[in-house]
Design a protein around this ligand. Structure first.
Ligand code: AMP
Length: 457
């Protein structure tokens, strides 16, 4: 067995997959910005209390999943298990609330850490892309963040998904409901798992999403939160659903959805997705409202709502749907020195191209011409720049198109304008080929693949 290997539940993303992650993040980032969100970066570790207070002492995350360590200064620190707590801590600590441009809209992207049992689509280091809308309580915000999450999925080309939504009510509704659950489970507590014994003591709500007992009949027959909602919470929920109806969001009310973090109140949701063959990918996004959290961090009484996408799950889903063909990496030119005597000249040509803004790489190893052409294919170079003694002596280069295999010998001074012309012609051709007739009119909408997502929803 290899001595040096990955810790369980973590993964290396090699080049192609990193590029895919970056692509996913850039789509989410651009869309968040177009909805008025700005990026925030907070530390990936915080004082442990930050998570105890927000994620909550009864949650699985706090009880079993945190990576907590003692610093050299004897402080208890924790690798963040989610993004919201750090954002709210920063919002209060940096007094961002003083600007009063509510809602304050932040997005973040980065790794989070959970000591969970690794399995397909579940990791111990994962990446989340999340948004927080802080300072405003209106059903339009709750609906808007769900609309934004759906918009993001459409933009990525994910079309088979469903929003599961529920209201867990305000604090009073929740307290009454917790009490009712505690009474309901008390006589049958011995039939539930060890963790549920603790949950029963701390917060009986958590029994509902237990991974072991969650599907048992006694859990399914437990009292429903809907019967405990205050009038205001019920109205708020109905109004949120009304906006979702207006925008034809594919949702279903799931009265057992409570979400595993303690800070939620009122509207909570998860988005579940399937690949094009109908295989479930589970939850790819989760979120909801958390009106008490800012206050719990000693900030003013400000309501808030947000969500987080799991990036790895999006990656797996999109890979299954072969959605990345259009972003496969290409390089514009690859310089091929054919003899060792021309190496310096070839290197200068490559640097000249780079400094003029043209992507370029070269063969540094003086390999055979056949091996060099193989690299041209592997790197998906658009043009090979061949250089032999004759070219060097005449201050020339031979440019070979990898697409048409046509080649032409030109003066090195003409290389940049010649390539610029070729790229422009190539772009025009692609646009012509892929302009779809959906009336959307842009090449981007087909991602160069001719399958326009504007047609599909
Ligand atoms: P949560 O913060 O638990 O609501 O999670 C938000 C999203 O992060 C989920 O919908 C998943 O897509 C993703 N996620 C949560 N836990 C994991 C994990 N252990 N591995 C991979 N993705 C995860």
């Amino acid at each position: 067995m290899a001595i040096y290997h990955l810790p369980r539940g973590t993964q290396d993303f090699l080049f192609e997959r990193t590029r895919r992650l970056e692509y996913i993040e850039s789509v989410l980032r651009d869309l968040a910005e177009s909805y008025g969100y700005a990026e925030i970066r907070t530390p990936i570790f915080e004082h442990t209390e930050v998570f105890l207070r927000s994620v909550g002492e009864s949650s699985d995350i706090v009880n079993k999943e945190m990576y907590t360590f003692t610093s050299r200064g004897e402080r208890s620190l924790t690798l963040r298990p989610e993004g919201t707590a750090g954002v709210i801590r920063a919002f209060v600590e940096q007094k961002v609330y003083a600007q009063q441009d509510y809602p304050y809209k932040a997005f973040y992207v980065g790794p989070v850490f959970r000591y969970e049992r690794p399995q397909a689509g579940r990791y111990r280091q994962l990446h989340q892309f999340g948004i927080e809308s802080i300072g405003t309580r209106t059903p339009f915000i709750d609906a808007e963040i769900i609309l934004m999450a759906c918009h993001m999925l459409n933009e990525l080309g994910v079309h088979h998904y469903r929003v599961k939504i529920n209201s867990i009510g305000d604090e009073l509704s929740l307290n009454n409901y917790r009490k009712a659950l505690q009474e309901y489970f008390a006589p049958m507590i011995s039939t539930l798992c060890e963790d549920c014994h603790r949950r029963h003591e701390q917060n009986a709500l958590r029994i509902l999403d237990c991974k072991i007992d969650g599907d048992k009949e006694i859990v399914k027959n437990a009292p429903k939160i809907a019967d405990f909602l205050s009038k205001e919470s019920q109205q708020y929920f109905d109004q949120t659903l009304q906006v979702l109806n207006d925008y034809q969001v594919p949702y279903e009310v799931d009265d057992r959805l409570v979400r595993g973090l303690d800070y939620y109140t009122d509207v909570v949701f998860e988005i579940e997705a399937e690949d094009h063959e109908g295989n479930s990918f589970g939850a790819i996004c989760g979120g909801g409202r958390y009106d008490r959290l800012v206050k719990e961090f000693d900030g003013p009484e400000l309501p808030a709502a947000g969500f987080a996408f799991g990036i790895e799950r999006l990656l797996l889903l999109l890979e299954k749907d072969e959605a990345f063909n259009s972003i496969e990496r290409e390089i514009e030119t690859y310089v091929m020195p054919l003899e060792s005597t021309v190496f310096q000249y070839a290197f200068d040509v490559m640097m000249h191209l780079r400094l003029q803004g043209i992507q370029s790489d070269m063969d540094y190893g003086m390999r055979s011409i056949k091996a060099q052409f193989k690299t041209v294919d592997r790197k998906r170079a658009q043009f090979a720049i061949l250089i032999g003694t004759a070219e060097m002596e005449q201050q020339q280069v031979t440019v070979k198109s990898n697409a048409t295999k046509e080649q032409k010998t030109i003066q090195v001074d003409e290389l940049v304008p010649y390539l610029a012309e070729q790229f422009a012609a190539c772009e025009e051709e692609t646009e012509h080929e892929h302009t779809c007739d959906c009336g959307h009119g842009d090449h981007d909408c087909c991602h160069g693949e001719g399958d326009c997502h504007h047609h599909q929803h």
